[in-house]
Design a protein around this ligand. Structure first.
Ligand code: TXA
Ligand code: MG
Length: 339
């Protein structure tokens, strides 16, 4: 009886202390108050969930770095509602403005020079002269930023080096009770981090691949843009892209066959040579569906402690949202330690 009682209390306790909250106006207000007091909240966006804090408050930003165990030299993205708010913090050249007005709010971040009296703290920008800014499209993120009224610093809400969370539950698993409030905005419909471009005057460099491809940006501005170059110190780079990233504990291999003690993440039809358990990233060959499933399925597979996670090669197999192939391959290569 005592054992049963104890069990009951534990279930009640777990149900009671969950830090996941519905996206009601009351909870958005509560989240904005937490941010105002220097605290952190889990914020949904259409790419991945962010660990949000007041970008103008160095203590809050230090708390983000500590909670994520993130190296301090890796700067954060400041989230705003749109172009008008962004231009208070970053200097947008004509080209930057053109791209932002065309694509925002959405899954793209801009690295631009900081404005003179940019209130975003040095720690959020890792002491650089530039700042990364994004206006997310997700309705809950928009409401939270509007309510808060200041830029929100938000890296992906995972421990540094592990997989970015794409649901409120994944944030809770990653950060446990190190975070008081996670607002549930449903599953992220893109599932990979935003595209990052650096724009200094006319010079545009793609720092991180994402939902918007190099070609999408070239089409808007009508000329070619550069790719970040690891070996060229004169080109802007994204410090975050040099770190080991997006990794589960299990080893990842990329192949079209799989043994019994491995888990296979398939794309399109499952090849005959696959013997292990299968999770389907997309049966219909849709790269966007695969992107939105990738991190969650890597997490689920990792949890089952397989010998390896095997991911199907994706080139030339996709039928829909082909612009996302580059970003998907980038994340898979990183998870596999090949980049
Ligand atoms: O989709 C996303 O972008 C998510 C959601 C939450 O918005 N956020 C995200 O943040 O992925 P984070 O901190 O994990 O990645 C930010 C990237 C890092 O690679 C960082 O190095 C780069 O942006 N970055 C930030 N500021 C920069 C700067 N001033 N110059 C160059 N790269 C910068
Ligand atoms: Mg991240």
């Amino acid at each position: 009886m005592a054992k049963f009682l104890g069990f009951g209390i534990k279930i009640y306790y777990l149900a009671f202390v969950t830090n996941i909250y519905k996206d009601t106006d009351e909870n958005i207000l509560k989240a904005a108050q937490i941010l105002n007091n220097g605290g952190l909240v889990g914020m949904p966006t259409e790419t991945v969930y962010g660990l949000a804090g007041d970008a103008t408050n160095p203590e809050a930003v230090a708390r983000i770095f500590a909670t994520k165990k993130r190296p301090n030299f890796n700067p954060l993205i400041s989230h705003v509602t749109g172009y008008e708010m962004a231009s208070q913090y970053g200097v947008f050249s004509k080209s930057a403005q053109k791209i932002a007005l065309k694509l925002w709010p959405h899954a793209i971040s801009f690295v631009v020079p900081r404005t003179k009296d940019c209130g975003v703290c040095d720690l959020a920008c890792a002491g650089l002269e530039s700042i990364a800014i994004r206006a997310p499209k997700h309705e809950v993120a928009q409401r939270l930023i509007r309510e808060f009224g200041k830029p929100i610093a938000a890296p992906s809400a995972n421990i540094s080096g592990s997989i970015s969370p794409t649901s409120a539950e994944d944030v809770r698993i990653e950060l446990q009770d190190n975070i008081k409030m996670i607002i549930d905005g449903g599953a992220c419909n893109i599932g990979l981090e935003s595209t990052v471009i650096a724009v200094f005057e006319d010079e545009i460099t793609l720092l991180r691949k994402g939902f918007f491809s190099k070609e999408d940006i070239e089409e808007i501005i009508g000329h070619k843009i550069q790719m970040a170059d690891k070996n060229d110190d004169n080109k802007p780079r994204s410090p975050g892209m040099m770190l080991r990233h997006y990794s589960p504990n299990a080893k990842i291999r990329i192949a079209d066959e799989c043994d019994e003690d491995e888990i296979f993440l398939s794309f399109g039809a499952v090849p005959f040579e696959v013997k292990g358990r299968v999770f389907s990233l997309s049966q219909t060959g849709d790269y966007l569906e695969a992107a939105s499933n990738l991190y969650g399925m890597m997490r689920k597979a990792d949890h089952l402690k397989p010998k390896n996670i095997v991911i199907a090669p994706m080139e030339n197999k996709g039928l829909k949202n082909k612009g996302l192939l580059g970003a998907l391959n980038d994340r898979i290569m990183r998870a596999a330690g090949l980049k």
